[in-house]
Design a protein around this ligand. Sequence first.
Ligand SMILES: Cc1ncc(COP(=O)(O)O)c(C=O)c1O
Length: 290
Amino acid sequence: MTVLVFLDPDHENGRVADASKPQLMATDQGVTRGDGIFETMLAVDGTPRKLSAHLARLAASAEAMDLVIPPAPAWERAIATALAEHPPATELVVRLLVTRGVEGAGTPTAWVQASAPGTSGRQQRETGIEVLLLDRGYDSSVAERAPWLLLGAKTLSYAVNMAALRYAKKQGADDVIFTSSDGRVLEGPTSTVLIATVRDGVKTLTTPLLESGVLPGTSQGALFKTAAEAGWHLGYGPLEPHDLFEADAVWLVSSIRLMAPVRSIDGKEIPVSRELTEELTALLVKGSRD
Ligand SMILES: Cc1ncc(COP(=O)(O)O)c(C=O)c1O
């Protein structure tokens, strides 16, 4: 079951709409051009996790593409309506979507969607994932040089990300780590790369450089805060593929699947640490309550 709540100036808490009926205009630029942005967050027992971080990233994505979107309180009310309308569930996926709206109208189309998570995330969390390194086709400085590519924004133009996932699945892998044309590790199509190294008792958590054109992950941000409090050292790349092979553990981390341990890269097995996964997942969950 999917609950839809449109942000609508005539409905203070959002307008509930029937998800089984058409609700968007065919001329909406979200549809005709993929011109819009989104967020995906987890709600646990009816409470969204990392709500302020998701709303802040939504605002940053909007700013990057000159899109004027409803203010945070309107989103908060619509999210509350969506969660109240959905039958109670331990975990729900809450999506926030905004498009540039119907051509010529000048107002965005904005809605919240609440639905149950699929089963694969939980399974991959437990069994781990096999990933392929795939070339993203641009170098790691392009984000700064060409801001119109919107690399740090979470736009609706995810067809390339989905194509990369399908490509990996056809090769028998579960997921992807993108690399830049100058050989840097970037991110997954829907996740942030994290590596852990433990040397002489010093534990270090490293993620690729944000400036290399990756989406700033809210999970990575939340985890870095609590991990630092727990004594972990933190690092921001640059990372190269050899760093992944030399690490004590590698994960793809995101809001719904949480920490998915990487079991192999391009068919080569890498170390998996159940202990570190449990420790860091607990720190991520702790850091995600806001
Ligand atoms: C490209 C990309 N990188 C990273 C992430 C992880 O972000 P978060 O931890 O906020 O879910 C996502 C999430 O969907 C993503 O699409």
